[in-house]
Write a protein that binds this ligand. Structure first.
Ligand SMILES: Cc1ncc(COP(=O)(O)O)c(C=O)c1O
Length: 496
């Protein structure tokens, strides 16, 4: 059995081209790097070490000197030679390696997208423009909420303000999904809900299934918990159930995340039959479903029942948000979960931030209870539909090479770019023309090119939509008049 290597049983090899003092220096450096020699530890004297290794004293002196010059060792009269630092400390002297420490978060971050200038028209964001927010009603709710001592004087319970949970339960139940106040957890936006779910249900080595493409905040949250994320392909109705079945068999996921109503980024709506099939499959495999219903209030016509409503087996945790239908400034979301799952979720939530601010919760509770919510939603849907039609008309005029299905609601239009172009290329070219769009790459759970862009008609002023399409048209024409950068013959053919 080979003898365990310690810093002191280095075996010099005179046959190597490397001088002996360097061999010894490298062995000591490795021992320091690997922690076999620790900071503060004392090395043998030069004379003793030379005798021990059968080397000349000058060889050991030269090796020690090299490491002293690098700041790894220091000699003290009467105490010998002491290890002063590890060589990683030395390499990065003074600098904490932040990017390496945060690699789990940054490794899978979506492409940053081009920098926006102040005059750019924002079609890339998913936020409502301020004119779509019920500002007067929220201001009145804020004034009433702030006048109650409890809302400004104490923290809310981790599960959420009882008044907000009661108002949400009434509102969800009126819309057809029966939920009780004690089945709700209030979160700091739906995005925090995803992190709560990840913290509660996922760990390193677990797998989460998502639609491909899907909301990137979901796969980022799941990966930040150490889980692997597997994308399931979609068709015009959302997640493909055969591909889902295959994935359930193959990877045995810990959860399935999907957005059946107005999927982000594609805007697709899953039909009733497919909803039933997805539920049956997940029931068979005992796989929890996280149903994102954040766009559920924004369907222009009739919409199929939510998965939560159809759920016979207590599989579904539904997520909602005030950001997409009331105001993104509130940063409020919620999870409606089976009671057995709730204590787990509340514990995860409390470990993240103890609780969501009481005051903003009280504002939303007041807004929901004061009766204007349904009127606001009806108006918002009408506004969004009008904007969708404006954008569609402008795209047909200025961007005839884009292909898309008419969104049945929500704020997004998902468009296929001309063959041979990628979403990211169009995103970059559009930025140069003063309009921001989001390349589809941002929404792919696996790395790769996308042939799509996502346009949000809710975030700019309605009056800017025609101009935005004009600018995007200029970007597309400019791209098509340039030869492809790759020189790939297949891509070149696609340009003509
Ligand atoms: C599907 C989906 N979930 C969650 C979010 C984030 O929502 P919130 O603002 O409530 O955190 C978004 C934002 O675009 C989204 O599209």
């Amino acid at each position: 059995m080979p003898k365990a290597e310690t810093p002191l049983d280095f075996h010099p090899d005179p046959a190597l081209a490397e001088p002996l003092y360097q061999q010894l220096g490298n062995a000591l450096r490795n021992a320091i790097r690997q922690g076999r020699l620790r900071v503060g530890e004392r090395l043998p004297s030069e004379r003793d070490y030379a005798a021990q290794l059968g080397l000349s004293r000058t060889t050991v002196t030269a090796a020690y000197q090299e490491l002293k010059d690098q700041g790894l060792l220091r000699g003290y009269v009467g105490r010998g030679v002491i290890v002063m630092a590890s060589d990683t400390d030395q390499a990065q002297a003074g600098a904490v390696p932040w990017p390496q420490l945060g690699a789990r978060l940054t490794r899978h971050a979506p492409p940053a997208g081009p920098r926006r200038a102040s005059g750019d028209i924002p079609l890339s964001d998913g936020w409502l423009s301020p004119e779509l927010v019920p500002r007067a009603a929220l201001a009145a709710s804020a004034a009433r909420a702030a006048s109650a001592v409890a809302n400004v004087g104490s923290a809310a319970p981790p599960q959420g303000l009882p008044a907000l949970r009661a108002a949400l339960a009434t509102s969800l139940t009126e819309q057809g999904t029966r939920v009780a106040p004690d089945e709700l957890l209030i979160t700091g936006g739906a995005q925090q809900g995803l992190n709560v779910l990840a913290r509660a249900l996922l760990g390193p080595g677990d797998v989460a299934l998502v639609e491909s493409p899907c909301w990137h905040g979901a796969f980022r949250a799941f990966r930040a918990a150490g889980a692997d994320v597997v994308g399931v392909p979609m068709d015009h109705e959302g997640m493909d159930p055969d591909a889902l079945e295959d994935a359930l068999v193959r990877v045995r996921p810990k959860l399935l995340y999907l957005i059946p109503t107005l999927q982000c980024p594609t805007g697709r709506v899953m039909g009733l039959e497919r909803r039933r099939r997805v539920l049956q499959l997940c029931e068979r495999f005992r796989t929890p479903i996280v149903e994102s219903h954040v766009y559920g209030d924004l369907v222009f016509g009739a919409s199929p029942p939510s998965l939560k409503k159809l759920d016979p087996a207590g599989l579904v945790i539904q997520q909602g948000s005030a950001s997409k239908s009331i105001s993104p400034a509130l940063r409020l979301g919620w999870l409606a979960a089976p009671r057995e799952a709730l204590s787990l979720l509340v514990a995860a939530k409390a470990s993240l931030d103890l609780s969501t601010p009481a005051l903003t919760q009280a504002v939303l509770a007041d807004f929901l209870a004061s009766g204007g919510h349904q009127r606001h939603l009806a108006r918002l849907r009408g506004e969004l539909e009008g904007r969708r039609d404006l954008l569609v008309r402008a795209l047909s005029r200025h961007c005839p090479s884009l292909r898309f299905a008419l969104p049945a609601g929500g704020p997004y239009l998902w468009a296929a770019v001309p063959a041979g172009l990628s979403g990211q290329e169009v995103e970059a070219a559009a930025a140069l023309e003063g309009v921001s769009v989001r390349g589809g790459e941002a929404f792919l759970p696996e790395q790769g090119a996308s042939g799509h862009i996502r346009l949000c008609y809710a975030s700019p002023d309605a009056g800017q939509l025609a101009e935005a399409a004009d600018r995007l048209g200029r970007a597309l024409r400019r791209l098509r008049s340039q030869p492809p950068a790759s020189g790939d013959a297949g891509a070149a053919l696609a340009w003509v």
